[in-house]
Design a protein around this ligand. Structure first.
Ligand SMILES: Cc1cc2nc3c(=O)[nH]c(=O)nc-3n(C[C@H](O)[C@H](O)[C@H](O)COP(=O)(O)O)c2cc1C
Length: 223
């Protein structure tokens, strides 16, 4: 609602949604369909995202066709083997045990693309990545709206973007920003799965937020 002022309770509710958003992978999706109405609400959330110069440089491909999903799954498998090669020893073993997508399990896949504008875009004249970042803002809107609707979203980035463009018949100019798996879930995990599996820890706020000047105390390797 334009011009609405929200209450402290509203802000608390938003905080709860933000903090309980999770990346959802294939092990947690159910087969229950996502309705067109639900999907439309997610797309609307994206379309209301901020964008540099109000350029709205996003495009979406909704995928339900199992043949297309399995073609994308195949690309993932190829890329994931290459990814595993980049880790060594124990870490590689751990990597190979991770489930990092839900392409076939999720009833809907949603590919989100950046469509670069011809000519200068207000606000994008110095930092050329701003168009791409705008698309990421749209993705985050989808993720949060989905969480508020108890719908799970998983972001898959272990893909060859050119091959995805070919399969989905996108023009070469379009850049894949996010490949999302969308579906109802058995549960939302309390913590990021990568935290639970001890792959990564949540960083401490004090090591990330600085006052007036950067402080390299936390990063001995930089000093
Ligand atoms: C840009 C981006 C790319 C991601 N790519 C993948 C991916 O390829 N596979 C995966 O399992 N998770 C992927 N994720 C999800 C992250 O692993 C997840 O956000 C992180 O572990 C924190 O967990 P949470 O989202 O549940 O809080 C991606 C997230 C972002 C923001």
């Amino acid at each position: 609602m334009p011009g609405t002022f929200f209450s402290a309770e509203d802000a608390d509710l938003l905080e709860t949604v933000l903090k309980s958003r999770r990346d959802v992978r294939g092990n947690r999706f159910t087969q229950e369909e996502i309705t067109d109405l639900e999907l439309d609400k997610l797309i609307d959330a994206a379309l209301y995202g901020p964008s540099v110069g109000f350029s709205q440089p996003w495009e979406f491909v909704i995928i339900r066709d199992p043949n297309i999903k399995s073609a994308i799954q195949e690309i993932f498998s190829q890329e994931n083997l290459k990814a595993a090669d980049q880790f060594q020893d124990q870490k590689q073993q751990e990597y190979l045990r991770l489930k990092l997508e839900g392409i076939s399990e999720a009833p809907v896949n949603l590919a989100v693309f950046y469509n670069p504008m011809n000519g200068p875009v207000l606000g994008q004249t110095s930092m050329k990545e701003m168009g791409l970042y705008s698309v990421v803002c749209a993705v985050q809107n989808i993720w949060l709206m989905a969480r508020a609707m108890n719908i799970g979203v998983g972001w898959v980035s272990i893909l060859d973007p050119q091959k995805v463009n070919e399969i989905l018949e996108l023009p070469e100019s379009r850049r894949l920003v996010a490949y999302l798996c969308v579906g109802k879930v058995t549960e939302f995990a309390e913590l990021p799965e990568l935290e639970t599996l001890r792959w990564e820890k949540r960083k401490h706020k004090a090591s990330l937020v600085f006052k007036d000047r950067y402080d390299s105390r936390f990063y001995p390797e930089n000093s």
